[in-house]
Design a protein around this ligand. Structure first.
Ligand code: HEM
Length: 357
């Protein structure tokens, strides 16, 4: 494991010394996509095609989908919900339905993606014995499911014409990818959009609920005014406390020095995102909640060639979706944690119950 900001940047930024082969090996269960590819022509083709299929103009639509779907989750009489399963999950599934063009709501797609994502991002030593079998089965079902969505695109159905999968499937000439690579790209991107956003959002809310009453009132005031730009710095600062996935793996392929340590080829190095976000050199007084720190204090979307494509300055999809969900949640009067363990995200962070008046 390597800790600190400099080591994080070195391991993720030095592509000649550190490869993504460890991810590639595991991603075989769904079909290797972007994050498992070295900086090759295949990688450039796929990332280029994906960027064109998710143009920055789409953000307006993405914001609307997230706001509408998040708003719907507060119509119930119970005045209590699980931030993960009853807010983030339906919003993200709607995004996959309406924006990516793959049927998600009412299907097991989320659970398949979770199985694959857990397998890919968990170091081997922590994996349960049946993790590979479960991920392989989930991966096969995902491919089958996305394959059917591709068949619908091939028939040119109007209902999916303005979606990411349709644009990828219909890209022309040198911009086009073969059907298998469209499938790989869509499978990986959907898993990348669903699972980290779900997990990160639960963590963000958990941190915000620990703010002092005065500061919590401040973020609620901003949320009620629906000021996305003013709320985003607090969302990112909350994410800094618990980046997801917490460990990013690379395999050393050429002898390298990291933080004064010699790393030999064949070593799998785990960059600990939390230690980069809490490095005093870039985030002084790291335990303080201080929204609006310099960009380097937010290594939550990775670094280097594989930096998250859904969270770049020109395409801040993750930031937009999280902020819209937070706006709808924080608006609720008297918002607080549910009592007992259900009101804490805990180590796994897959559920967090809140209540309001
Ligand atoms: C809060 C939400 C998100 C978080 C915390 C997050 C985090 C990350 C991180 C840390 C990486 C780099 C992993 C590494 O280098 O080992 C990454 C890559 C990636 N993410 Fe995200 N992500 C989020 C949302 C999204 C969304 C919404 C999308 C799609 C719209 C997406 C698509 C991808 C893809 C395709 C890659 C691989 C990029 C490449 O290899 O060039 N992610 N993400």
């Amino acid at each position: 494991m390597v800790v600190g900001h400099d080591a994080f940047v070195k391991v993720l930024g030095d592509h000649d010394s550190f490869s993504v082969s460890d991810y590639a090996r595991k991603m075989g269960v769904i079909g290797t996509f972007l994050l498992g590819r070295e900086f090759t022509p295949a990688y450039s083709d796929e990332i280029g095609a994906l960027r064109r299929a998710m143009p920055p103009e789409d953000l307006v639509r993405i914001r609307q989908i997230a706001a509408d779907e998040a708003g719907k989750q507060f119509g119930t009489a119970s005045r209590r919900l699980d931030v993960g399963r009853e807010l983030a999950r339906p919003v993200l599934l709607a995004l996959v339905d309406k924006y990516f063009g793959v049927p998600a709501t009412g299907t097991p797609l989320f659970d398949w993606c979770a199985a694959v994502s857990t397998y890919v991002f968990t170091p081997d030593v922590f994996l349960l014995p049946d993790a590979h079998t479960i991920a392989a089965d989930a991966g096969a079902r995902m491919r089958d499911h996305i394959g059917k969505a591709l068949d619908v695109c091939a028939r040119g159905a109007d209902a999916v014409a303005d979606t990411v999968i349709f644009r990828l499937a219909h890209a022309e000439g040198s911009h086009g990818l073969g059907a298998d690579r469209v499938l790989d790209t869509v499978a990986g991107t959907i898993a990348g959009a669903l699972i980290p956003t779900f997990q990160e959002f639960v963590q963000v809310v958990d941190v915000l609920l620990d703010l002092s009453p005065q500061r919590f009132r401040d973020v609620q005031t901003i949320a009620r005014a629906e000021k996305q730009d003013l709320l985003l710095p607090s969302i990112l600062e909350a994410a800094r406390f618990s980046p997801r996935p917490p460990l990013l793996a690379r395999e050393c392929v050429r002898r390298a020095d990291v933080g004064g340590m010699r790393v030999s080829p064949g070593t799998v190095v785990l960059a600990v995102a939390f230690t980069a976000a809490f490095d005093w050199k870039i985030a002084p007084r790291p335990w303080r909640f201080l929204a609006g720190r310099p960009p380097a204090a937010y290594p939550i979307f990775g670094y280097g060639q594989h930096h998250c494509v859904g969270a770049t300055p020109e395409r801040p999809i993750a930031q937009t979706v999280m902020t819209q969900m937070a706006i709808q949640l924080l608006k609720q009067p008297g918002l607080q944690r549910a009592s007992g363990p259900l009101g804490r995200a805990g180590l796994n962070g897959d559920r967090l119950f809140v209540e309001w008046d």
